[in-house]
Ligand binder design. Sequence first.
Ligand SMILES: [Fe+2]
Ligand SMILES: [Fe+2]
Length: 490
Amino acid sequence: MIDDIKDLSLIQKQKKLKRRSLSSAFWKTFPLAFVASVGMSLFGIMITGEFLEAFTIARAFETAGRIATSVFIMIAMFFSVHSFAHEEKFLVRNFTLVTIIVAMTYMACMATVYFFNVYIMPISLVSLILLVLTNRKTSLIATCGTALFILISFISPNKLETTLNIYGIIASIVCNLVAAVCVNSLASKHYTRLKFLVMSAVAAFVSVPLVVITTLAIGDVSLNIVYNLAWSYGGNVGAVLLSLPLCAIFEGIFNIADDFKLNELTALSHPLLKRLASEAPGTFNHSLVVGNLAEACAEAIGENPHLARCAAYYHDVGKLKAPVYFSENQSNYNPHDELIPEVSASMITSHTLFGEILAKKYRLPKEIISICREHHGTTPVGYFYRKALSLTEDGDLPSVDYVYSGPKPQSKVAAIIMIADTIEATCRSFMPDVKEEFVAMVDRLVGEKLNLGQFDECPITLDDLNKIKETIIDVLPSVHHSRVSYDKRK
Ligand SMILES: [Fe+2]
Ligand SMILES: [Fe+2]
């Protein structure tokens, strides 16, 4: 019952925050989306060679209607995409990407239709790029949006319709949309780059029978079937081949943590990880263990395990500023013995801030930078606060100088890192050898964070927290190479 009430207040707080960030993200992305919608409409009109005619009094109403429909589709895409990005900054980034890539693919489709063949539309380009750079659902919404943009460009009497059969255009949109949806469903960004290319090309093969059926259905039984087949499959394969270089370009421009980039970052050859290994070996070792735990926890609750492992590797890079002030890097000398507790606490808490600065300097993806800053939330450094308290005369001391500056975890992966980090650090100094004690310790550590409200700003549920605890209880003893007896007392 208590758990239900906690979960309810957590959900209410999260809903309130989400509403606020949704409206802010909308106004940040709307100007570009508006310009793209108008630009696409004008490009569609221009490529049909009717630009001047479209602005005559007779056609002005139709042109305005076409632009308004484009803007409406763009707004609808924003509200469809928003539920798949939990933080405002990621929603802004994802929708900006959607806007640019949809507009780019739309223009490529219109140009290829007009200059080559109606069946060549490379709609799968939007599907593939957004699958890698955002997520499957966002990519699917953008793919359908692109098909709609193309469709409305042809639903009015114009020159293109007279030269290009409208049924052929609709058939082509259907074939290439289905191929793009299949590519979206069958390809996975968790593949290697080569497997991604091969799977996408194989998935695009679905357009072959569809092109034959639709060409026959519109009454064309000539050699055009073979040409249409070649153009359609060629368009899809062209989209597949173009997708990877374009992904790399957008990945660089938007600094995105897609799986290809995450795999590069976790290869231990990154200069920042090399520095961590040589200058703060204790922290490096701790980060690797947290990486194993975080990856397993992310898999258990359906989050991205690559992101969780990568974020864990880099979460404590801020300790590079002064490694010796952190217990895992100390041997015989403890510099805190010579410092007043307030200074010690500030040395410890500043590692999240310095981590954020260092991660930005090394151009790590935004997701990782946020986790460097958020992984301790606004928790207190209890040891030094108690030490300072014992030195006061009246036993009263404000705790403000002894807490991390936050913010609290904003994503489920940040919450996973917070939990895995705390539990690993605690077990490093004391690993219970009885399973019941270990379970109680994990329960207590997660309960403390929950009671401090550290999960109030991320969409994690109590069910997720239970799965994370179960996973850590299963995985951590094997990572530490220790055996936890089921009940030593028996
Ligand atoms: Fe930390
Ligand atoms: Fe840590």
